[in-house]
Write a protein that binds this ligand. Sequence first.
Ligand SMILES: [Zn+2]
Length: 112
Amino acid sequence: MICPECHAEYLDHIKECGDCKLTLVDACVIDLPIPEMTWAALPPFQGKIYADMAAEILDNHDIAYYLKMNWSSSAFVIEAASLPGDVVRIFVPKSSLEKATELVGNITENNA
Ligand SMILES: [Zn+2]
């Protein structure tokens, strides 16, 4: 569960943010703008400037996406620890993943 105001994360059984006194919402409401769509992650971008470049390309090709800053899931934590600065993940609809990966491929390669 996540507080809609301060975005603090709580365990599922907690219903109210201790700081803001607001009703918590399901994490996926914030993480997934279109819940019925299956999202897939592009390779991580090191630094928001690269993510912005990729976002612009996706915009130009009418591919839906959303950004997630400072990715810190347990699956990614080892890789993230070796990268300095902000790590940005871009999520695209799974049906557009192949095209999106191709479109932003140059950015992620130069980004290494
Ligand atoms: Zn809060």
